[in-house]
Every structure is written in C-alpha cells, then in structure tokens.
Write a protein that binds this ligand. Structure first.
Ligand SMILES: [Zn+2]
Length: 222
C-alpha cells in the first residue's frame, strides 16, 4: 500500500546579508558586513547593546541596535552572557535577521546554505508521496523555494521546474507560483514520486538516507 513519507528540512545559512548604508567616510552607499562582535554600554542601570558592522570598503563601523536604554535587571542573563562573550551563534542569528533593514545584498549568494533532513513519520513500504516541511530557525533572507528544493533533492533548478510543470509538486496553500517566492518558515511542499524514473534517488536525497524502499524502479537522473 503506497504511502506518504513526512520529512522535515531545517534550512540554515552562514552567509549573512549585508545592509546597504551610507558610509560617512566613503560618502556613498556601501555594503556593511557584521564583524561578529557586540558592543555593550552601561549607563547607570540602563544598558545599550549593538552588533558592530563594518563598511566593506573602508572599515567604518555601524552599530546595529539590539536594544537601547534597557533596565539591566530586565535583560535575560543568557542574552547578557552571549553579548559579553561575543557568542558566534547569537551574532550569526542577529546578522541573518533583516528586520528593520531596508536594503541589503546577500553575503555570498547563499554559499553557506545547508539543509538538515529528518524523517518525521514511520517509513511505509512503498513511498508514493513526499511531504516536506521547511523549517528556518533563523531567517534566511530572500532564499527562493526552488533553490532550496534543488539543494535538498540534489537536482538542478531546471529539474525542479520540470517536476513542477509535470504537476508533481504541490505547495501549501495551493500557491502555484511558490517556486520563485521567498521560502517561509513552516512552508510545506508535496512531491509525487509515484511513477517517476528517478523516484528512488529523489527519495534518498530528500530524506537524507538511502535505504528506504520505493515502489518505482530506480534509474539515473535525467
Ligand atoms: Zn566606507
């Protein structure tokens, strides 16, 4: 009896977006990159915290506000600790968040993009349909759905496009143009494997494992 395999993809990026700002020293608009370091300033019982960015041309700094004039006793101790020791994970998470930033350019064309795969449901004997839930613990700016699908399925973007045109991809909630749209956290995609010549390869790539039986015969990618 053919079944549905539920898979979760967790998408992370180490390539932080670079805000486009007017650099006071260059006197023109420049891309600023996160230095990965925080600045914490105490003013009486009030604290200010910033993430420090640098102009990619002249090293002029720009302080991105994390919080300002916050009463010290209201700041989460874990957050304070992360700020004080320039926690790399928190610096990356902050730099990936483009909230409040009007213009930016991607920091390296998503070279740092990675997809961690976990099979969420018990494997059926024959998998006819894949249900992929996309998770992004930190925002990944302007990453297209088809790019992630290509990466996760181990195929080219044109192969993803071919699957979509063949009616094998479905998006929640019925968004036909979702391929070119920025991916959102929690987005679900269904891929119909039944009858595809490369079903076994797609299944193995999508699930991050290679030992799941599939009803269709396996064949090399076209
Ligand atoms: Zn500059």
């Amino acid at each position: 009896m053919p079944g549905t395999l539920c898979i979760t993809w967790t998408i992370t990026s180490s390539a932080s977006p670079m805000p486009i700002l007017t650099c006071a020293r260059c006197d023109t608009r420049r891309a600023f990159a996160s230095s990965g370091r925080f600045r914490l300033n105490a003013n009486g019982k009030r604290l200010d915290a910033w993430l420090i960015y640098r102009c990619t041309v002249c090293d002029q700094t720009w302080n991105r506000t994390i919080f300002e004039r916050r009463a010290r006793n209201t700041v989460d101790p874990a957050l304070l600790d992360a700020l004080q020791r320039n926690d790399p994970g928190f610096a990356t998470k902050t730099a990936l968040d483009v909230t409040g930033i009007k213009r930016w350019e991607s920091g390296g064309d998503h070279i740092g993009l990675s997809v961690a795969k976990a099979v969420a449901s018990t494997c059926k004997a024959d998998v006819a349909l894949l249900e992929i839930t996309m998770r992004m613990p930190s925002p990944v700016p302007s990453i297209r759905c088809d790019k992630v699908l290509a990466l996760g399925l181990g195929v080219s973007r044109s192969a993803v496009d071919k699957l979509a045109r063949g009616g094998r991809l479905a998006f929640e909630p019925g968004a036909t143009t979702a391929l070119a749209r920025p991916l959102r956290d929690g987005q679900r995609v269904w891929l119909t494997l039944d009858g595809l010549v490369n079903a076994a390869l797609l299944l193995a790539a999508a699930s991050g494992q290679s030992d799941i039986p599939v009803s269709a015969a396996s064949a090399p990618l076209d």
